[in-house]
Write a protein that binds this ligand. Structure first.
Ligand SMILES: NC(=O)c1ccc[n+]([C@@H]2O[C@H](COP(=O)([O-])OP(=O)(O)OC[C@H]3O[C@@H](n4cnc5c(N)ncnc54)[C@H](O)[C@@H]3O)[C@@H](O)[C@H]2O)c1
Length: 368
């Protein structure tokens, strides 16, 4: 099923049709998987990266080994640039070369993304990042610190600043959760299917009958846009052998909180995801002794796909997907559009009130 057919089969609270996302570092790893997942549910994706081709995420061959041409990991679509793959699969995407450290080029990318979105940017995903494993601060050069801060902090700072400037020009868009009555306000027989909706409200219509509106809250409910910063658990805990990286990711986390506080009143959602130990190009060749010091309590390490799924989860006003492994027969009362989404049953609910959230996604690493 093409991406466009799939997104059209989704109920409104699952679909991102008509929304546009700018993703930095979209060619590889987390950025690439996030781009593909958002495109599949209908978003137009503006991919920005140093180059369009994905970085090879296979371990470096052992000394002396010769790699056969066309080895399995490079077959299929894994080598196809993200934007090309999305377009081939029936979605909509563009690529622009961008070094996130370059403010002038970043402004051009933002302008192009807004053009792709017909005047809006709904989602900004600040994902581009680099790391360096040195072994400890005593031997780590200041050059590494400068590089880490330039990409992981300054690049993300510029992306956030430009996204905020754009989003402040946009009106909030209401999403399904903004328009729902509480479930217990419904007749009992309605609760198992569609919650009853309340009409959208606006400044002209006056305050809504529902509770929760604060003094000074103007305009309709909804969000002007969502910013997701890809931080790391190494902004929350000390990671072995990465002092400059840990410093940079700690900065990302508190910048996320700070901007979330300032722009909550303007209805802009700002959240961060802190992935744990994943297998991506960034980490595939870390030294064995450091690898041993990176525990994941879940029985396997995470993947870029796991993080992409959590972006779908943390971004408010998109949707929260809870997959219930129930056979379709159990869900006979569900709406036909939910059935159209496939054999599996999805329950969708937006989370428009989520901002300043720092979500660890780490197989339990930071739980201990
Ligand atoms: N892999 C992990 O274990 C892990 C864990 C926690 C957090 N993260 C974070 O997730 C993000 C993505 O990492 P990944 O694992 O997907 O890495 P990756 O190396 O697979 O992908 C990173 C992408 O960012 C791009 N990039 C690097 N510098 C850039 C720059 N200056 N301008 C524009 N693009 C640039 C690269 O070209 C690449 O496509 C990073 O911010 C990283 O710190 C990764």
């Amino acid at each position: 099923m093409s991406f466009s057919t799939f997104s059209k089969s989704l109920p409104p609270s699952l679909s991102l049709a008509g929304r546009t996302a700018l993703i930095t570092g979209a060619s590889s790893g987390i950025g690439r998987q996030t781009a593909l997942h958002l495109a599949r549910v209908g978003a137009s994706i503006f991919c920005a990266d140093l180059r369009p081709e994905p970085i090879d995420d296979r371990p470096a061959p052992k000394a002396g080994a010769t790699e056969p041409l066309g080895s399995p990991a490079r077959q299929g679509s894994r080598h196809v640039p993200t934007h090309e793959l999305i377009n081939r699969l029936g979605g909509k995407a563009e690529f622009q070369k961008l070094d996130v450290r370059n403010e002038v080029d970043f402004k051009k990318s933002m302008a192009s993304a807004v053009e792709l979105g017909n005047g809006r940017l709904d989602v900004m995903i600040n994902n581009a990042g680099i790391t360096s494993f040195s072994g400890g601060i005593e031997g780590e050069s200041l050059d590494i610190l400068d590089r880490m801060l330039a990409v992981n902090v300054k690049g993300l700072y510029i992306g956030t600043q430009l996204a905020i400037r754009q989003m402040m020009k946009q009106e909030p868009l209401a999403f399904p959760a903004d328009l729902e009555e509480d479930l217990d306000a419904n007749e009992e027989e309605d609760i198992s299917s569609q919650p009853r909706s309340r009409p959208p409200f606006s400044e002209e219509q006056g305050p809504p009958a529902t509770v929760g509106r604060l003094p000074g809250d103007k305009g309709g409910r909804g969000s002007r846009g969502n910013i997701v910063n890809i931080a790391s658990i190494h902004g929350l805990i000390g990671g072995p052998g990465e002092p400059a990286y840990c410093a940079s990711k700690g900065a990302v986390i508190n910048l996320t909180r700070q901007v979330a506080c300032d722009y909550a009143k303007h209805r802009i959602n700002v959240n961060a995801i802190c992935p744990g130990y994943l297998d991506t190009a960034m980490t595939v060749n870390i030294p064995e002794e450091i690898s041993k010091q990176r525990p994941t309590y879940w029985p396997h390490r995470g993947s870029a796909r796991d993080v992409a799924k959590s972006v779908m989860w943390v971004v408010p006003s998109l949707h929260l997907l809870l997959w219930a492994a129930k056979p379709a027969a159990d869900t006979a009362s569900s709406s036909s559009s939910l059935h159209a989404a496939g054999r599996n049953r999805y329950f969708a609910r937006d989370a428009p009130w989520s901002t300043g959230t720092i979500l660890a996604l780490d197989g339990g690493t930071t739980a201990r």
